[in-house]
Design a protein around this ligand. Structure first.
Ligand code: ZN
Length: 508
């Protein structure tokens, strides 16, 4: 058993959640559920990034108290998580002065003690929207921020800086040799080529009179922390760095960060350098996902193509959205394009006609011939079926260990195809006069369905629960979703009795 901390990035609370957040929560939750079902002790962490001038100004603009606005946004995020069957083990807020601030401040002090924090005057182009100083080479042809299409302001400040440049060589080493494994490979290469351009030190604080909403810099009341030491330390405070040493020691270092492609540098470079500086073990894996686009374009209010996760969930259900995030895109880390037709077709083919149909077909026929159930005496599982199921477990486990959800799901599709093919070949409805053969065919189908049920659980938890009712299992070990490729239901010395349940997916 491994102790594994699986963490999403903490979304910035200047607004409510969007599809990209739903995507990240879903990916992280599938990996967390897979790990739990494989016997690992998982700590699943999400939270909220709540400081900075964008948040401060937004609350003013809305004429709300800053914390009041933040509470409202946090509630929206928690509601989205709950509606997607996502229950994190903790939700860490960076405004939490009891649990988070002491961690951020302790790390700051350690960085400073290492001699890696220094103060210097700085002037440069600052984009209020991005909340970053932008080197001139990053501006577009008109000298605007390429994201906000606005002229950045020329700002002069005296701030604390972190000596990021000092860690350039070490970062190259731990990233290229996969000590910190960045997935997918093309994101790893992107980070490495960025490192090859050379690193500059980064500004780590802001002056408190310009930016009153932040964590005070220890020993310098004129300054508050900039986002790096404030937000990235959530992965430490979230598991008790400053208040629960035992929990911290259990789950540290981080097994997996699930983050968007826009913030991969912050995690792979700045956060890992901070950990190197304070002599802490670096994270094991960073999974960088793409974005959800809409009809081939970036979602934006002006294009009118924004897809709201709640709307999709209300029509198709949470598991349909989880399914779309799993199989709707290309390879690991690629963008996923949402189109209404594409989503609809995927739902009908994969869930209604695929998974839902095989569950319904198998349970209906079984219940027709064995309303009281049957024992499994002298039943022998078809060797080809046994072989395909074993192979599916291998594909599944190998893929999920490297965060390839889409390939992992193909193991389930393989079993659905297997059951359909077996149905069509054996035609169980034509052999009712041969009870021995009929029982044999139906038990083979039940075995396949049982494994589909186990493997689908991390992906589609609500569906898996409904499916599980088909088997009417009372024994708690049999009724769990534990992933054990050596376990066969038809060899468990139990009476097999199925019940029919309402269709898993309604045709839309
Ligand atoms: Zn900008």
């Amino acid at each position: 058993m491994q102790h594994r901390l699986i963490a999403t990035s903490i979304p910035y609370m200047n607004a409510g959640p969007h599809m990209g957040h739903a995507m990240e929560f879903i990916i992280a939750d599938i990996i967390a559920r897979y790990n739990r079902a494989s016997g690992n002790d998982v700590f699943f962490l999400t939270g909220a990034d709540e400081h900075g001038s964008k948040i401060y100004n937004k609350a003013k603009e809305l004429e709300k108290g800053t914390l009041q606005m933040l509470d409202e946004h946090v509630t929206l995020f928690k509601e989205l998580e709950a509606s997607l069957s996502i229950i994190p083990d903790d939700f860490i807020r960076t405004t939490d002065q009891v649990r988070h601030w002491p961690t951020a401040q302790a790390i700051w002090q350690k960085l400073a003690a290492k001699g890696d924090i220094y103060k210097k005057k700085y002037s440069g182009f600052y984009c209020e929207g991005c909340e970053v100083f932008m080197p001139e080479k990053d501006l577009d042809a008109e000298g605007n921020c390429p994201i906000h299409h606005k002229k950045p302001t020329l700002l002069e400040e005296e701030n604390h800086f972190f000596q990021l440049s000092k860690y350039e060589y070490q970062l190259k080493k731990i990233i290229s040799d996969d000590t910190v494994k960045i997935v997918p490979e093309f994101r790893k290469n992107e980070i490495l080529s960025f490192l090859n351009e050379g690193l500059n030190d980064v500004s780590f604080s802001r002056s408190a009179d310009k930016m009153p909403w932040g964590i005070p810099v220890p020993g310098d009341e004129t300054q508050v922390m900039y986002v790096w030491c404030d937000a990235l330390t959530n992965y430490l405070s979230g598991i008790g760095y400053s208040f629960d040493q035992e929990k911290f020691n259990t789950y540290y270092p981080t097994y997996l960060h699930v983050i968007g492609k826009d913030i991969s540098r912050f995690h792979a470079i700045i956060y890992m350098a901070m950990l190197l500086s304070v002599d802490m073990e670096t994270s094991k894996n960073i999974l960088v996902h793409g974005f959800v686009t809409s009809e081939g374009e970036k979602m934006s209010k002006s294009l009118g193509n924004v897809v709201v996760p709640e709307d999709v969930i209300n029509i198709y259900g949470a598991d349909a959205l989880r399914y779309f995030i799993t199989v709707g895109g290309g390879g690991v880390g690629e963008d996923i394009d949402y189109t209404q037709t594409g989503f609809h077709n995927l739902y009908n083919s994969g869930l209604v006609n695929g998974l839902g149909n095989i569950a319904n077909r198998t349970s209906t026929l079984f219940c027709k011939y064995y309303p009281e159930g049957t024992d499994t005496n002298s039943f022998v599982l078809d060797s080809e079926i046994e072989w395909v199921i074993s192979g599916a477990y291998k594909t599944y486990t190998t893929s999920l260990e490297v965060f390839d959800l889409r390939t992992g799901y193909t193991a389930i599709s393989t079993l659905i195809d297997l059951a359909n093919k077996y149905f069509d070949e054996e035609k169980p409805w034509t052999i009712k006069d041969d009870p021995e053969k009929l029982r044999n065919v139906l038990l083979n189908l039940v075995e396949i369905l049982y494994h589909i049920n186990i493997l689908v659980a991390p992906f589609l938890p609500q569906t898996a629960e409904k499916m599980r009712e088909i088997f009417s299992l009372t024994d708690s070990k049999l009724a769990s979703f534990f992933i054990d490729p050596s376990f066969w239901l038809t060899q468990a010395n139990t009476t097999i009795k199925l019940v029919t349940v309402p269709l898993l997916f309604e045709k839309k």
